[in-house]
Ligand binder design. Structure first.
Ligand code: ZN
Ligand code: ZN
Length: 242
């Protein structure tokens, strides 16, 4: 199983879990042509698409997903916001599990400025994958994880520097604090999660203005002792379970 990063920032998010004969798309924030290219134009292997929330960097191309026949799972607020009714749109209910091919999917509540979920994704080839983005916290700690994709959007220090330097507006600070995951909170979640079976940690949705990618990677490496990656367009990671 491979994890392909097509985009991981406020300018567009999309990831593909691809095991060769089936693929699951996470988020629809990237042009469909890029998705097709990443799949070598074999879109028949797509078993589904998962959406975390309605913001365009995650859901701009959701209609293209259903129009191409992909079963797409999203909160009712997402379908309403996008005005989509389709036989391929699945209205997410928290507490319910879903199956896409051999992927088992369990959505869980996230904390953003619009309704948002994270996903626990289980496939025989990869083991359990936690996927959390655009959330200022996480109330759950999952066991037996093999891989973690977790937002590491900003740090208090970098945010303060960016505001002082005029790269970030002071008025944006309040929103960030209650809608995106800060470095210390990311480390706290990881430090309180059983990482004994975890192979890879991928830091996602890193801010261009309020972050230091290299520093975040090395700090999380130091906290966890695991292989840590910063998600950037074009990154591919082997997420085969050992
Ligand atoms: Zn976002
Ligand atoms: Zn968002």
């Amino acid at each position: 199983m491979e994890l392909k990063v097509l985009g991981s920032s406020s300018s567009g998010n999309c990831y593909i879990l691809d095991c060769g004969n089936e693929a699951l798309i996470l988020e629809a924030g990237i042009r469909f042509l890029e998705v097709k290219k990443a799949l070598d134009f074999n879109i028949r292997k797509v078993v589904g698409c998962l959406i975390t929330h309605q913001h365009n960097d995650h859901a701009k191309y959701i209609k293209t997903m259903v129009d191409n026949g992909f079963y797409t799972l999203a909160l009712p607020e997402v379908w309403a916001a996008k005005g989509i009714e389709s036989t391929r749109s699945i209205t997410l209910e928290l507490g319910k599990g879903y199956k896409f091919g051999n992927f088992k999917v369990l959505p869980f509540n996230a904390y953003h400025d619009v309704p948002c979920v994270g996903y626990l994704i289980d496939h025989p080839e990869s083991g359990k994958i936690m996927f959390l983005t655009d959330s200022c916290a996480c109330e759950y700690r999952f066991k037996d994880l093999s891989h973690i994709l977790i937002e590491c959007n900003y740090s208090h220090k970098k945010l303060t520097e960016a505001i002082r330097a005029g790269r970030t507006l002071l008025s944006q600070r309040e929103r960030l604090l209650t809608s995106h995951l800060e470095l210390d909170m990311c480390k706290e979640i990881l430090a309180t999660t059983d990482l004994s079976k975890v192979e890879n940690i991928v830091l996602i949705h890193i801010s261009d203005n309020n972050a230091d990618e290299q520093l975040f990677v090395s700090e999380v490496e130091r906290t966890t002792g695991k292989a840590v990656y910063a998600a950037r367009k074009g990154l591919t990671i082997n997420v085969q379970r050992l």
